[in-house]
Design a protein around this ligand. Structure first.
Ligand code: UT7
Length: 323
């Protein structure tokens, strides 16, 4: 059977780092509150000329270099983002053009913080369905541009960045020993739409709007939803928490990450955490964390890697990959 195997990975971050100390000079907050409640110590903030497409392009080029491929070798680009450069055309098509790619297909996918998990699941379905041979999957965001910088309950939480992986069709045996995506479990429930949203859009206000969140309400649902889709991935593949080499969660809050790992019985040493350095970068957080842990040699070929995310919508999901 066909499997979607990871051929490369890469990341790009804005140059400017904003520490919690600097945040103290903008809103009524403290380094101590932010660290205790979220685990965040700093975040990267896009500057002039840095956009979702430019960061996505940087991550894409790094992934292509690492894979020893060029844009000519790709036939699909999916960009998970909620902060596109323009309402249209899609940021994916912008990045396709920046890479000089004149063939294949490119489109954006919007599932907020679960965007990367949704995009990997979609690329995997294209590859296994024979519609693509090599897909570039990018999570890229500039949430700093949709934050209300006077709202301390949200502006301290988010950051900007991009990460990418390249998935390639390879033959597998159809067992859990295969390399590649072993399962994807996606869920959504729009009843929670008013708990995390942007208060504007092309068809309503004609503006971009600002992010609004009832943090406590989101928090209340997070651990349960995350552990449900991870357990569904275990059931679908005949694996258990003991088989997982690395849990690479969406990086929203250290307490949610720790709570989910504890509930699943996955020890802290097997959890990749970057929320301290990046804050919540929405769809970019998982590929940024993958890049960090695969670059420094923690994630190795053959390792079983569980991705999970939960966010606006609500949307949530998991992907189990043998690296
Ligand atoms: O990525 C998509 C998914 N998103 C998430 O997973 C986010 C989920 N939610 C969270 O991570 C947490 O709910 C937050 C980090 C957003 C907030 O933590 P919390 O422990 O739920 O705090 P809270 O909202 O219950 O607020 C506690 C107190 C409040 O004061 P009172 O009412 O107790 O006097 C807030 O006004 O903390 C206050 N507060 C702040 N204080 C200092 C809220 N924001 C800040 C701040 N600095 N930045």
């Amino acid at each position: 059977m066909i499997r979607s195997v990871v051929r490369g990975f890469g990341a790009a971050l804005p140059k400017r780092v904003m520490t919690n100390k600097e945040m103290e000079s903008r809103v009524d907050t403290s380094d101590e509150w932010i660290v205790q409640r979220t685990g965040i110590r700093q975040r990267h903030i896009a500057g002039e000329g840095e956009t979702t497409a430019s960061l996505g392009e940087g991550a894409a080029r790094a992934a292509l270099d690492r894979a020893g491929l060029t844009a000519d070798d790709l036939d699909l680009i999916i960009v998970a983002t909620s902060t596109p450069d323009n309402t249209f055309p899609a940021t994916a098509v912008n990045i396709q053009n920046r890479l000089g790619m004149r063939h294949g297909a490119a489109f954006d996918l919007q599932a907020v913080c679960s965007g990367f998990v949704y995009a990997v699941a979609t690329a995997d379905a294209y590859i296994r369905g024979g519609l693509a041979k090599r897909a570039l999957v990018i999570g890229a965001e500039t949430f700093s541009r949709i934050l209300d910088w006077s709202d301390r309950t949200t502006c301290v939480l988010f950051g900007d960045g991009a990460g990418a992986i390249i998935l390639e069709a390879q033959k597998g045996e159809g067992t859990k020993a295969d390399r590649g995506v072993l399962t994807a479990q996606l869920r959504s429930d729009g009843i929670h739409g008013d708990k995390l949203y942007v208060d504007g859009g092309p068809s309503t206000t004609g503006t971009v709007g600002h992010l609004r969140m009832e943090g406590r309400e989101v928090f209340k649902h997070a651990v349960g939803m995350i552990t449900d889709v991870i357990e569904a991935a275990f059931e679908a593949t005949g694996t258990t928490a003991d088989d997982v080499d690395w849990l690479v969660p969406h990086q929203a809050n250290r307490r949610i990450i720790d709570g989910s790992a504890r509930k699943l019985g996955i020890p802290n040493e097997k959890v990749v955490v970057t929320v301290d350095l990046h804050g919540n970068t929405s769809a970019a957080s998982i590929p940024l964390a993958l890049d960090a842990a695969a670059s420094d040699g923690r994630i190795k070929k053959g390792d079983l890697v569980m991705l999970e995310a939960m966010g606006g919508g609500f949307t949530w999901g998991s992907v189990l990959i043998r690296w």
